[in-house]
Design a binder for this molecule. Structure first.
Ligand code: SAH
Length: 201
């Protein structure tokens, strides 16, 4: 996976490649799909949601530019896989999921993979962020929105980065928002396709 799917597509960040090599992805997919855990694809995890394709998980991590030690927010826990990879790259990860059954399964998988102490899964609407733990050195969102949720931009540290798929259902770009003294500046990374970010309001 690391050589064929990541290096071959231009992922060069050695910290990210090492992190991707360390997390046992098979623990984060449903038992019946274990044989396909390292496929070059997103896979269903129930509740109409998916575990993201390995390349997209790696790309999000590259764009966050973490150095270790940061407090990171992960919106859309899903399987918990992205949160585990982030835990390899940062100091502490808070992950938000709006579907309680997925949050429960992710907690169990993170526990089995040895990440229980470093990743905290919260049942919450991620569009609101997690004000009690803010600010964050990086925020990763695994579901697509039309605009970056204002609460997430507000909860970034200076120079902190928000990485989020922006756009309609079939045509999204992974965008990166960097918090500066003049406000957030943004640029686009790669085309992508994620499930929608649902606002529970
Ligand atoms: N990062 C996940 C990808 C999961 S797919 C992984 O590695 O497996 C995106 C997830 O975002 C889904 O589980 C979906 O339920 C969740 N989601 C969508 N809108 C959300 C919201 N407003 N708050 C929290 N989670 C949300």
């Amino acid at each position: 996976m690391v050589d064929r799917q990541l290096r071959a597509r231009g992922i060069e960040d050695e910290r990210v490649l090492t992190a991707m090599g360390r997390v046992p992805r098979e623990l984060f997919v449903p038992a019946g799909l274990r044989a396909r855990a390292y496929d070059d694809a997103a896979l269903p995890i129930g509740a109409d949601q998916t575990i993201s394709q390995p390349y997209m998980v790696a790309r999000i991590c590259v764009e966050l530019q973490l150095h270790g030690g940061e407090k990171v927010l992960d919106v859309g826990t899903g399987s918990g896989y992205q949160a585990a990879v982030l835990a390899e790259l940062a100091g502490e990860v808070h992950s938000l999921e709006r579907i309680p059954a997925l949050a429960d399964r992710a907690r169990a998988a993170l526990d089995a993979a040895g990440y229980a102490g470093r990743v905290h899964v919260h049942d919450a609407d991620g569009t609101l962020g997690l004000p009690g733990e803010a600010p964050f050195g990086g925020i990763a969102v695994a579901a697509a929105a039309r605009q970056p949720p204002p609460a997430l931009l507000e909860q970034l540290e200076p120079h902190g980065r928000l990485v989020i798929p922006i756009g309609p259902h079939h045509q999204q770009f992974l965008r990166v928002y960097v918090q500066t003294a003049e406000g957030a500046v943004d640029f686009a990374a790669v085309p992508c396709r994620f499930v929608p970010l649902v606002h529970d309001g």
